[in-house]
Design a protein around this ligand. Structure first.
Ligand SMILES: [Zn+2]
Length: 93
């Protein structure tokens, strides 16, 4: 006799905990050993959520967000540098 329990075992799973900018918590289950994305869209509000314990900045609630926080959610520093140089290159009135 032989055992059926070998390659048909369920893959190991790992839960990743996320918090969005509105402090919604949710868990996404990945296969173990798979790199978990640092951000994930919140299933409740659609905002970007941060992997708990990740290196990225902690989520900031809407009430505490500065203009800079909002700009940084939409643009990378590289994009902002490009925009600034484009702005500087425009002819002055
Ligand atoms: Zn949310």
């Amino acid at each position: 006799m032989f055992s059926l329990v070998n390659s048909n075992e369920f893959a190991q799973r790992a839960d990743a905990e996320y918090f969005c900018v509105n402090n919604h918590r949710f868990v996404i289950t990945f296969a173990a050993g798979v790199a978990q994305p640092v951000t994930w869209d919140c299933p409740r509000c659609g905002q970007s959520a941060q992997l708990a314990g990740s290196q990225a900045e902690a989520p900031v609630s809407d009430a505490n967000r500065s203009h800079w926080d909002i700009v940084r959610e939409r643009r990378t520093l590289g994009e902002l540098a490009d925009l600034l140089s484009q702005h500087d290159a425009q002819p002055k009135p």
